[in-house]
Design a protein around this ligand. Structure first.
Ligand SMILES: [Mn+2]
Length: 349
């Protein structure tokens, strides 16, 4: 008899929650990233192979980032926008790489999921879920899912292995950020099963020209305050661009804190990044979100979304509100009062 490890015990519990179901809805965060997509594909494989369950993947927001669209195409999965389906028609519901009530999940709060698997700090609503596996120190949910696949003895085909490798790589910035031993072990085990050429094509997916226009806006409008840099993204079509701009700006020499922001449908979206050990970006994101918004994340990366009240939606009211958020960010990072300096000299024609 094989030894009963912790992974096997977890897998048995997951199977017991799935057992008897014929359909499973797998909910990803809004504007899902590669880690969410890979984790959802892995859970689908497990539910399908072990319990014969038909799975549907869904998410709020949009998937606009070229790399993520290329990943979906390669995986052959077609997640549906959550507003186009009725979650109550599925026997079971799971959330991966996010948690109920987190603000970045569009599952109706009245629907309690049966399964939550994630690597963000645990949220109160998660505690009442029948099956939870929250490992906040893991760099990626893809790493957690690999442990389930391994415990289940499932042969991981190249497409899924490639997705999981990409999920781990992108959430940990190539194992350089928020990485544990488990992430490295998962990466080393999965990499030989992955298709490096396919991964290369996904990572270097062709970018639309609008991407470069947004990028030019970011670079032209980024302002340095001491060790912090602040940039708007406008127009903002999807919050994904904020994360991308924030990752890029953290590479500016002398900068250890980044805030990127933009407005979509009367919500202010904020992306934070830091290379400092403290304070945690997640803590600042929660503070900026206040009572009306949602904020959270990890030590090095975090995000917030804040609803704009009618007087803050346009013109000077909006500018004042955003200046207030930036001011609180600069205070929290110890850069309040530092002179504002543009990132780039204005270009001369
Ligand atoms: Mn993740």
């Amino acid at each position: 008899m094989p030894p009963v490890t912790r992974s096997h015990a977890r897998l048995e519990k997951l199977r017991s929650v799935l057992r008897g179901a014929t359909t499973l809805l797998i909910v990803m965060q809004n504007n899902p990233d590669p880690d969410a997509i890979a984790a959802a594909a892995a859970l689908r494989e497990i539910a399908n192979q072990l319990e014969g369950i038909a799975c549907s993947l869904t998410h709020g927001g949009t998937i606009g980032r070229a790399e993520n669209l290329a990943l979906l195409r390669y995986l052959g999965v077609n997640p549906r926008p959550i507003e186009t389906l009725d979650p109550t028609r599925f026997n079971r519901t799971a959330i991966v790489d996010a948690q109920p009530g987190a603000g970045n999940v569009s599952l109706d709060p009245a629907i309690r999921p049966d399964i939550v698997i994630d690597h963000h700090p645990i949220r109160p609503q998660t505690r009442s879920v029948p099956f939870t596996d929250i490992r906040r120190h893991y760099g990626a949910t893809s790493t957690i899912m690999w442990e389930y696949l391994k415990a289940a003895g499932i042969t991981i085909e190249p497409r899924l292995a490639t997705a999981l490798v990409y999920g781990i790589r992108s959430d940990t910035q190539d194992l350089g950020r928020e990485t544990t031993r488990a992430d490295i072990e998962a990466f080393l085990a999965l990499y030989p099963m992955a298709n490096p050429r396919a991964l290369g094509r996904i990572v270097a997916a062709p970018l639309p020209r609008t991407y470069f226009a947004r990028l030019r806006w970011v670079l032209d409008n980024a302002v340095i305050h001491g060790h912090s840099i602040v940039a708007s993204v406008s127009p903002l079509d999807t919050p994904e661009m904020l994360a991308e701009a924030a990752d890029l700006l953290l590479r500016v020499a002398g900068v250890s804190w980044v805030l990127c922001y933009g407005v979509i449908d009367d919500w202010l979206y904020v992306s934070l990044r830091t290379s400092d050990r403290e304070p945690a970006a997640g803590t600042i994101a929660r503070r900026l979100a206040g009572k009306r918004g949602y904020g959270g994340g990890h030590q090095a990366l975090a995000g917030a979304q804040i609803p704009l009240s009618p007087s803050h939606r346009t013109g000077p009211g909006r500018s004042r509100f955003i200046r207030g958020i930036i001011g609180r960010f600069l205070k929290a990072t110890g850069n309040a009062g530092e002179p504002a300096e543009p990132l780039c000299e204005p270009t001369r024609g």
